[in-house]
Design a protein around this ligand. Sequence first.
Ligand code: CA
Length: 254
Amino acid sequence: MNTTTRANNPTSSAAGSAPITVLLVEDEEAFVDALTVGLGREGFIVEVARDGAEALERFALVKPDLVLLDVMLPNISGLDVCREIRRSSDTPIIMVTAKGAEIDTVVGLEVGADDYVTKPYRLRELVARMRAVLRRHGAATGSDAAGVEGDSREVLALDGVELDTDSHEVRVRGEVVNLPLKEFELLSLLMENAGRVLPRSTLIDRVWGSDYVGDTKTLDVHVKRVRSKIEDDPARPTRIVTIRGLGYKYANNR
Ligand code: CA
């Protein structure tokens, strides 16, 4: 059974724009009930899926603006759901993990999630993270999902890689490659600053936000994933190069 809650008077930060639809993937009734009410009150439209298969079905049908994805689900795990969604979509995904779960949060980010929260969490914290992810997504795609201006169309083209900040597309030698939001932001930042070394702390601040408190391995995991998609030989990268002890640089090989 699916539940839809529509708030009469959305209070989302996106004044004048359509309410934001959240796909809540959760099998614990207590969380479903609390979040349906709590997020509804915050102005979100909440769609619920109670297992992985239903999540993929609902995702295709509802086309949510954001997915709140519990990792521990019956049948298909949250990680597999995330992977599957990432095959075709860069919709923001926040993973929800149980406290002390054996699943490393890095794994969640590795499969393409944008952020994660650990149970138990406060509704206020969750909503703040949801808005932050939506804002960054809106800024990256130029959509106004979170009321962010994004009119500056720019195509960066370097060494066979083209990145279009407007259509949010990346092409490598003319072939479109699918980069989830964080990977896109990371590549975009490196390409904008081609030839300059970007320190690790700058990359983490700019891509994950200065309030990011996760594992610093996250950056390397994302660099690795971007390399696997844009480098001719990911084991010997010539575009995104590591500057040991400092950070990364997009080489200006022209
Ligand atoms: Ca669960």
